[in-house]
Each structure stands twice: as structure tokens, then as C-alpha cells.
Design a protein around this ligand. Structure first.
Ligand SMILES: *Cc1c(COP(=O)(O)O)cnc(C)c1O
Length: 225
């Protein structure tokens, strides 16, 4: 299949999932995760209509950004993977959305290096898997006062990664808990936390995530296989 037809297929799935539950497809941003491909393939995605690019590693992010940014300022750039503190300065001011804010120390480094307000998702570890990054619900509660001090960070929402291979019941459970937490935090009206967005859903579960309220889905494999 060509990149164009794969892209049409992914957007078709998104439209279908939205219509099924009466959501507008415009309420979901589809991030094409380009970590599996080079910038030439990434630019074919852009030609096919992709407007959000996501990378999980800093070096790959910078490579794609350099190659594509020059001829397209319509694109929105997402860094979706965990970020080492020493790399914050190399990348954070180029990123439109950072999806993996998972510690207070990282927030403080972003605060220090930011040249404008940086839109971030707090990564939450709802499943409790020890291998996963992210704040547990309890840790998050403790972290809020510190995060509130970081006025160069705008916390737009929550991001979660479901366990690999989880069944539908588990996935729905995780997505629902994440949404509940997002709404609870949003309703507290903390100054730098509009908390209106939900970044959840990958190739194997983005339909389900959309049905459970995702506003950003991070889709890689489905564009390329
Ligand atoms: C790779 C990656 C994705 C996309 O995964 P696919 O299963 O290929 O769709 C989403 N989020 C993060 C953080 C990733 O690293």
C-alpha cells in the first residue's frame, strides 16, 4: 500500500470512530509517529495530509524537524517520548507539544530552559506497571504544588500509554481512569493547567481511545504496514 492510501485508511478509522459516538473528527488530532521512517517518508505523509508529526527521541525529532520545517510551517511538532534532563535545552523550544512530562525535576529543567510557554502533557501511569514512565495518581497529587510554580509550562492535559497487548476491558478501564483524572484536575482550575486534552491511543487501540475521549492519538505502525 502507498503512504497516501495508508494515511487515508488511518483518517478513515478516526472519522468512523468519531461518527460512531457523535464526536466531530476535528476534535481529534492524529499525530503521525515517524520514528520508523526517514524524513523522505515523513514528507510523503505530509503530502498525504498529515499535519502533526511525533517523535519519541530527541535526535530523530531534530532530524525530521530540520528536514521538514523549512518547507512547511503548517506542521505541529510533538515530542512524545521520555526526555533526559540534559537534552531539554537542545529541543524544548522547537516542540509544540511535549507529551512525556513525568517528573518534577524535568519540569524544573523545562522551566529553566523555556524561551516561551511550553505546552506539556503530564504522563500518568494508570496501569501501575513498574516499567512505565509517568506519575502515579498519588505522586501526581504531591507534585501539583511544584508544577504550579513552573509558569513557563502550560499543562494542557494528560498522556498515558496502555500496557502492550492489554485486552479491551483493561484498555477501556485505563482510558476511562485517565479521562476521569483529567476532568478532576481540569475542574480544579489551577493557573497553568487548562488540562483540557487527552493524549492516548496508539496503532493497536486508537479507535478505542477516541471512543473514550482522546483528543490526540499517537499513531505509528498503522501508517506503515
Ligand atoms: C512509538 C510510539 C507510539 C506509536 O506506536 P505505534 O504502536 O507504532 O502506533 C506512540 N507513543 C509513543 C510514546 C511511542 O514511542
Amino acid at each position: 500500500m502507498t503512504i497516501k492510501s495508508q494515511t487515508d485508511k488511518v483518517f478513515g478509522v478516526v472519522n468512523h470512530a468519531c461518527h460512531k459516538i457523535g464526536r466531530s473528527p476535528e476534535s481529534v488530532s492524529v499525530i503521525a509517529v515517524t520514528k520508523y521512517v526517514d524524513h523522505k517518508v515523513a514528507s510523503q505523509l505530509v503530502e498525504a495530509g498529515v499535519r502533526h508529526i511525533g517523535e519519541n527521541r530527541v535526535d530523530q525529532f531534530l532530524e525530521k524537524y530540520e528536514a521538514l520545517k523549512a518547507n512547511d510551517n503548517e506542521l505541529t511538532w510533538h515530542l512524545i517520548g521520555s526526555l533526559q534532563r540534559r537534552k531539554v535545552k537542545d529541543v524544548i523550544n522547537l516542540v509544540d507539544y511535549f507529551h512525556a512530562l513525568d517528573s518534577i525535576k524535568l519540569a524544573q529543567e523545562i522551566q529553566k530552559r523555556a524561551q516561551h510557554k511550553i505546552k506539556c502533557f503530564l504522563q500518568v501511569n494508570i496501569s501501575g506497571e513498574t516499567t512505565k514512565h509517568g506519575f502515579s495518581i498519588e505522586e501526581l497529587e504531591d507534585a501539583l504544588p511544584e508544577l504550579e510554580q513552573c509558569d513557563h509550562i502550560e499543562i494542557v492535559g494528560l498522556m498515558t500509554m496502555a500496557p502492550f497487548g492489554a485486552n479491551e476491558t483493561t484498555l477501556v478501564n485505563i482510558f476511562r481512569q485517565t479521562k476521569l483524572l483529567q476532568e478532576t484536575l481540569r475542574d480544579r482550575r489551577i493557573k497553568n493547567m487548562p488540562m483540557t486534552e487527552l493524549s492516548m491511543g496508539m496503532s493497536s487501540d486508537y479507535q478505542l481511545a477516541i471512543q473514550e475521549g482522546a483528543t490526540f492519538v499517537r499513531v505509528g505502525t498503522a501508517f506503515f504496514n
